[in-house]
Design a protein around this ligand. Sequence first.
Ligand SMILES: Nc1nc2c(ncn2[C@@H]2O[C@H](COP(=O)(O)OP(=O)(O)OP(=O)(O)O)[C@@H](O)[C@H]2O)c(=O)[nH]1
Ligand SMILES: [Mg+2]
Ligand SMILES: [Zn+2]
Length: 275
Amino acid sequence: MEGQIVKILSNLYFVNSEGKIYECHSRGKFRNDKITPTVGDYVKFDGDNNYILEILPRKNTLERPLVSNIDQAVIVTSCKSPDFSANLLDKLLVVLEYHHMKPIICFTKKDLLSKVEKKELKQIKKYYEKIGYTVLWNTNISKIKRLFKNKTTVFTGQTGAGKSSLLNKLNKNLKLETGEISKALGRGKHTTRHVELIELFKGKVLDTPGFSSIDFSNMKDTDIRDGFIEFKKYACPFQDCMHLKEKECSVKEAVKKGNILMSRYQDYQNFVSRK
Ligand SMILES: Nc1nc2c(ncn2[C@@H]2O[C@H](COP(=O)(O)OP(=O)(O)OP(=O)(O)O)[C@@H](O)[C@H]2O)c(=O)[nH]1
Ligand SMILES: [Mg+2]
Ligand SMILES: [Zn+2]
């Protein structure tokens, strides 16, 4: 039989095959092959003995959160509590670009911002839109609902950003667990503890546990550069310019003129030098 893994709880794999869920074990073989089944994997399985036999070829895999066969990702980005982090947003964008998964940015908790902060954030939102991204507020419910049809969409972003809350708002029947932000620590406690694939608005959506750090040490400097999509619009005198130490560089020029957001360029420098 064939099906798709929709949830993993320790060593139990929940496989959906034609609407029926089979609770399967995995054979030791996978561990030897250094291939771990992930949520989103299509598998061949023995439906009588509930064993996964084979993982079918993947379209792609994201390491963090660990999911496979993804078309697009909603980066759930909190404006406040936890505070907006351009650094984390840019990191996620670079990683998603690298994996050819379409990023969609969704800001949450605008209601917690002061008037001045709201104005600042709107400017930032505008910039990401200008460079080509779809950027929404979590209050744009009807727009968000239209994103899912015939696609597999992963919800990703910092813990406490409001991923599960947004999914609950989209479908009242989901009743996913959501958590309070610990005010004392100023950071969320991980409420969602496992990845779960849910069928929603004629598509598939994956709620995932949040995280606070992401590592892209397996990426080359040029991959990181290419993940800053707006840099590609500038023709630099040096072929394959890294926009770093080169004397003449159109990207650096654009940063100076304010056409490229300073925080984007600083994140780029930071990501490349950290490796
Ligand atoms: N004020 C306000 N609070 C929100 C909003 N969205 C979510 N929250 C609150 O933020 C807290 C965390 O929300 P969750 O949905 O659990 O966050 P999460 O991203 O799923 O977190 P993890 O599962 O830990 O990764 C909850 O107390 C929500 O009620 C929003 O737009 N405004
Ligand atoms: Mg959650
Ligand atoms: Zn350059």
